[in-house]
Design a protein around this ligand. Sequence first.
Ligand code: FPP
Length: 260
Amino acid sequence: MQRPPAPAAIPEPSRPELPRHIGIIMDGNGRWARRRHLPRAAGHRAGVATIRPVMEACHAAGVHILTLYAFSTENWSRPRHEVAALMQLFGDTIDSEVGEMHAEGIQIRAIGDRSKLSPRLQQKVRAAEELTSQNTRAVLNVAINYGGRHEIVAAVRDLASRGVDLTALDTETLAGALYTAGLPDPDLIVRTAGEMRISNFMLWQAAYAEIYVTETLWPDFDAAAIEHALGAYAGRDRRFGAVPEAPGRMEEAIVAPASL
Ligand code: FPP
């Protein structure tokens, strides 16, 4: 399992009601293009243009860790020309964006099984990671050939190959073997284009993430849209499976099970 460089120590959000880490399922590029009678690749290109303003809006709001779902382990089954266009776009985007992101102090990390990418793209990914590995202003994880199930299986195999006793495996050890080791779990998963599903994205890490789905297509998503998502997040009651203890109600809580 090839991992990205260790994540840098990133500042905490500026306010407690903000998520520390946002994951985004960037969906709707194809629909955006179809509505304009354009090829799907044009939708993906428009989708790339959305990334920087959204990242800047997150950063301005005080959120410094972002994970973008760019290509899933299932996306290989798209038409060959679309896969080729996406791979080309990933390489071109690294060429055009990484210098500026580095200047802005962003650490770039690729998560997913990079061994299936072309050697040329793998080299670009590695170079971007190396160049930005010491940056500490923000982290951008780009999920390429990523699948949550694949990640968990790969992590378990990795632990086994290092001689870890799997009969004693615990959640901390497994979390420490994922691509996201060292990062907080996403507090908020945003999905654009309206589908109510998680599509194999950060299955482990999203255990207690708040989910926010918007009808807006990814190329139309912008700073105002992310602020709307942050507003919705701030209004959520996050209980992590617990019920807060109400003062004076302890007795009732203890007595209730016996009276069942
Ligand atoms: C889903 O929309 C989008 C993708 C599978 C690709 C997302 C990739 C980008 C926005 C480019 C990102 C590039 C970098 C370098 C991070 P869809 O095609 O499934 O849309 P549809 O559901 O409307 O058909």
